[in-house]
Each structure stands twice: as structure tokens, then as C-alpha cells.
Design a protein around this ligand. Structure first.
Ligand code: SF4
Length: 341
């Protein structure tokens, strides 16, 4: 039992710390407690593939940004607990404004979303007044208010192709995904110069060494990776695309160039195959997203028990921002990219 005074102090420090920093009774079985809280509160846990494996294992739905948005839009739970990063919880709030949306750690941000501050982007947009703005869903809620259509790496090609060819297109915030889309669609895009800290660190040299060591391995990469990695990849796809490829492919060894949390689902779905996380250019664990990994089972339990921290947005942001997400969901539906599992 947590003392009331400790809880009050933790609550006062919530904004500064990002989570309720209180000690948990070590004898508690967190998995059992989380399962109990899910039922008691009619809560659903949505987890991104880049979460720690114990969080993935207790989630009700695990997916990439598209699947998670589709699930957030259709769930009948009263509380959505988002085991992911801040922009994902914001997206869930925009799609389900009447529901309570919880994020285990408010400081679970995203370097890519941060690389496109809305005030600067507004000026950039003013220089191209006739352009349609397509933003990768990895952006802030406020940026979504300046966006015509959102996209994820699963539906980005369909989104670009839905825009008449005589229209200029601004693509933000990821320059690597933007350059990849230029190649895939044959369109010139006006690119914002943003990037993800995780997908920029893969070492060409170390991947080549691994390929020599495992000559039959397939190199698979997320389109947020830099061009020199994409050029040598055997397959490029969104997290769910990579997952499907590894399960369906005849190959039995894969070098995986994206956040290493995805390996857990790959190993669960194809236990006889070998998955090697593509190494970063230095010795740190840079192929792990430090923002995604801020969430822990302890923080997940505390946020469900006390229903804090909660993600809220100004009504005008929800009203203006949700249009770009709904447009994306319509295009995905038409392209046959509806919710699958
Ligand atoms: S992996 Fe990159 S794009 Fe994804 S949440 Fe982390 S910083 Fe953002």
C-alpha cells in the first residue's frame, strides 16, 4: 500500500518526472495486477512493436502506427493505455476524445517529432502556399493541425498516389522516408529536413561484415533508414511489413535494420528462424529507441492504478488535427489496409 503523503508528493512531481515516482511493493505480481486493472477499469493496452517484450506480452493489441491508430479509433474500452510514445497517445486522444488516454511516461517523446517544431513548419508552409501537406504520423498534434493528410510507412505510397499529379506536395518530418517515397512514387516532394535518431545510426560497414558472416541472410530495413542502408536492403517495409516478410519468406536468417524491439514479435512468429539486430555505428544500444524504452512494467501498472499521467489536448487541436488522421484512415481503408489482427 502506497502512503497517501508519498502519492501526493509523486503527483506534485508528475510533470517534472513524467510519471508517478513511487515505490511499488516488490511482492506484487505486476502481470496479475495489470490484468486485474484492465478488467476492473475496462481498459485496453495498445503497444508499439518497439516496446520491451514484457509489455508486448501483456498488451491487448501490438502493432505499428497505422494498426494502433485504427485500433484506437474503434475500441469500446473506456480507457486507452498507450504503451508507446507521446505522439501516438495524442493520436489516440484525437481519434477518441471522449476516452481517457494514459501514457506510462509523459517524457516518452520522439526525436523525429521534435525535429519539426510547428512554428518553424508554419513559415516553411507559407513559402509553398499551394502545396498539399503530407505528414508522417510521427509528428506532434499541433503539426497535424497544419497537415492535410497524415501517413504511416505502411500507407505512405497510397497517400502520395491519392494526390493529383499536378499538385505540389510538402512531406514532413522525415527526410529519409520522403526520399524513399520520391523513388517509389516518381514524384518530387518538398522535404522537411527531419530524421529519427534510431534509424540514422546503422553502420554500413558493420552490416557488410555481418552479410559476409551470414551470406544467406536477408537484410531488411525500415524506410526511415538512410539511403545507403536502403540501397543494400533485400526488403524495405513498415514494422508490420517487415514482420510479415520474415514470417512468409523462405530465408531463415535476417539482419534487421530498425528498432530492435521488433525482434521479439519476429521470434514469436517464426521461432525456427534467426534474427540479428543491425548494429549501430558505435558501441551503445542506439538501435533501441530511448523514448520507447522509458515505459516499464512498473510505470504501466502505476498509470493504470492511479489513471495518471493522462494525455489531454486543447479542443481546437483535436478538431483541426483529427481531419488529417481521418483522411489517412479513409485512404488506407480504400487501399485494403484495414485492421487485420
Ligand atoms: S524510433 Fe525514432 S521515430 Fe520511432 S519513436 Fe523512437 S525516435 Fe521516434
Amino acid at each position: 500500500m502506497i502512503a497517501t503523503e508519498d502519492l501526493k508528493i509523486a503527483d506534485r512531481n508528475l510533470e517534472k518526472k513524467g510519471f508517478l515516482d513511487v515505490d511499488i511493493d516488490p511482492s506484487l505480481d505486476l502481470e496479475d495486477e495489470i490484468e486485474r486493472l484492465k478488467k476492473e477499469k475496462n481498459a485496453i493496452i495498445l503497444a508499439h512493436y518497439y516496446q520491451e517484450s514484457d509489455i508486448q506480452d501483456i498488451a491487448d493489441y501490438i502493432g505499428d502506427s497505422l494498426g494502433l491508430s485504427q485500433k484506437a479509433a474503434t475500441t469500446d474500452a473506456d480507457i486507452i493505455v498507450f504503451a508507446g510514445v507521446h505522439f501516438m497517445a495524442e493520436t489516440a486522444k484525437m481519434l477518441s476524445p471522449e476516452k481517457k488516454v494514459l501514457l506510462p511516461d509523459l517524457k516518452a517523446g520522439c526525436s523525429l517529432a521534435d525535429s519539426c517544431p510547428p512554428a518553424l513548419f508554419r513559415k516553411f508552409k507559407e513559402q509553398h502556399p499551394n502545396a498539399v501537406v503530407v505528414s508522417y504520423i510521427n509528428c506532434t498534434a499541433e503539426l497535424k493541425t497544419l497537415t492535410d493528410i497524415c501517413c504511416t510507412s505502411t500507407n505512405a505510397v497510397d497517400v502520395i498516389n491519392s494526390i493529383p499529379r499536378d499538385k505540389e506536395i510538402i512531406f514532413a518530418p522525415d527526410r529519409n522516408l520522403g526520399a524513399y517515397l520520391e523513388k517509389k512514387t516518381g514524384r518530387d516532394l518538398i522535404l522537411w529536413n527531419g530524421s529519427c535518431m534510431v534509424h540514422e545510426v546503422f553502420s554500413n560497414e558493420k552490416i557488410t561484415k555481418l552479410q559476409l558472416q551470414y551470406p544467406d541472410a536477408k537484410l531488411i530495413a525500415h524506410p526511415e533508414c538512410e539511403e545507403h542502408i536502403l540501397e543494400k536492403a533485400d526488403f524495405i517495409g513498415s514494422t508490420s511489413g517487415l514482420l510479415k516478410y520474415t514470417k512468409d519468406s523462405d530465408a531463415d536468417t535476417f539482419i534487421v535494420a530498425t528498432e530492435s524491439g521488433i525482434l521479439h514479435q519476429m521470434e514469436l512468429r517464426a521461432p525456427d528462424k534467426t534474427f540479428i539486430a543491425a548494429p549501430p555505428s558505435n558501441e551503445c544500444a542506439c538501435n533501441e529507441c530511448p523514448h520507447m524504452k522509458r515505459n516499464t512494467m512498473e510505470k504501466l501498472y502505476l498509470c493504470m492504478k492511479y489513471e495518471k499521467p493522462e494525455v489531454n489536448l486543447p479542443p481546437w487541436v483535436i478538431k483541426e488535427g483529427v481531419k488529417s488522421i481521418e483522411r489517412m484512415l479513409e485512404i488506407s481503408e480504400k487501399a485494403g489496409l484495414g485492421l487485420k489482427d
